[in-house]
Design a protein around this ligand. Structure first.
Ligand code: GLV
Length: 329
């Protein structure tokens, strides 16, 4: 019998290609730094039983309609807002993601941004390299203390909890907001629940950890930015569109908040004319939350395992729309 055909949107890491090639006929977009152009993806999807996608690859109704054989979309990410999951579900296509393996790595990066924004790490580096450091100065590069302050976590899922857990080393009080109360976390981590608006008014650092959904798009809008302290730092490692970026630029420029640390943006890559680039009180990273050697290899392997499982008639470890599997029996 012919092997199922899989199109992979980027060269994968670790043992992922071996896992796929063992069971599937695999074609790969060769450029590690850029996604396949839309027309290439559409043409490849036409013949594919499985797709291995990244957050840069849009899987929408048009693509699904052009892919009559498709049985699985395996996203190499925990987030899957690049995939129209309801449309995939209607067509009986299983969607999978890569949760858990990237939790601690992403929490580390949220803390890197928090510390860098609070203590002006990136700005200080630019200043030093530019030869502008003339003397030790009492007022040189003053920043915000982290130790003993209040952290607000928006979205207490796996990554939100990992971020909250790290705060104990900094002697911080931790507030959280979530769709529902998490009494287990309140007991284990000592975190306290607040309404979002109250959390924003009370926290010195606000770290965002929600998936991007119609309900969370622009969750942090102009009014909510206005609620934050003028000394506050906003950290975003989830999805850019959770924040109204136009309002954020104004907030940073006008001093409604003190600084921000961003790994994700409304448009990625960040356009060269983005006003964020001209602001010193924001630390900008190129969407690298899960980018450690070990974690990216593990994510690649998980995505390969999810893909092969569906194409071998097995239940994949990480289905996003398990109702499709239940329907298939
Ligand atoms: C990356 O952004 C992910 O969702 O894993």
């Amino acid at each position: 019998m012919d092997k199922p055909r899989v199109y992979v949107c980027r060269p994968l890491l670790g043992r992922a290609m071996e896992i796929l090639e063992d069971r599937c006929d695999v074609r790969v977009w060769p450029d590690p730094e850029a996604p396949p152009p839309r027309d290439v993806l559409l043409a490849e999807a036409r013949e594919a039983d499985g797709l291995v996608t990244l957050v840069t690859d849009r899987v929408d109704e048009t693509l699904l309609a052009a892919a009559p054989r498709l049985r699985v979309v395996s996203n190499v990410a925990v987030g899957y807002d690049n995939v129209d999951v309801p449309a995939a579900t209607r067509r009986g296509v299983v969607v999978t993601n890569t949760p858990d393996v990237l939790t601690e790595t992403t929490a580390d990066l949220a803390w890197a941004l928090l510390l860098a924004a609070a203590r002006r790490v990136a700005e200080g580096d630019r200043f030093t390299r530019a030869g502008r450091w003339r003397s030790w100065g009492l007022e040189l590069m003053l920043g915000q203390d982290v130790y003993g302050r209040t952290l607000g976590v928006v979205g207490l899922g796996r990554i939100g909890r990992a971020v909250a857990r790290r705060a104990s080393g900094f002697g911080m009080r931790v507030l959280y907001t979530s769709r529902r109360r998490h009494e287990d976390a309140e007991r284990e981590l000592g975190v306290q629940w607040r309404e979002l608006d109250d959390l924003l008014a009370e926290a010195d650092f606000v770290s965002l950890h929600t998936p991007l959904t119609p309900q969370t798009r622009h969750l942090i809008d102009r009014e909510r930015l206005r609620r934050m302290k003028p000394t506050a730092v906003l950290v975003n490692t989830c999805r850019g569109a959770v924040v109204d970026e136009v309002a954020l630029v104004e907030a940073l420029r006008e001093g409604w908040i003190w600084a921000a640390g961003l790994d994700v943006f409304d448009r990625e890559p960040l356009p060269a004319d983005s006003p964020l680039l001209s602001l010193d009180n924001v630390v900008l990273l190129p969407h690298i939350g899960s980018a450690s050697f070990a974690t990216r290899a593990r994510m690649s392997e998980m995505a390969a395992e999810n893909c092969v499982a569906v194409l071998s008639g097995r239940r994949p470890p990480n289905p996003v729309n398990p109702e499709v599997l239940d329907r298939l029996g």
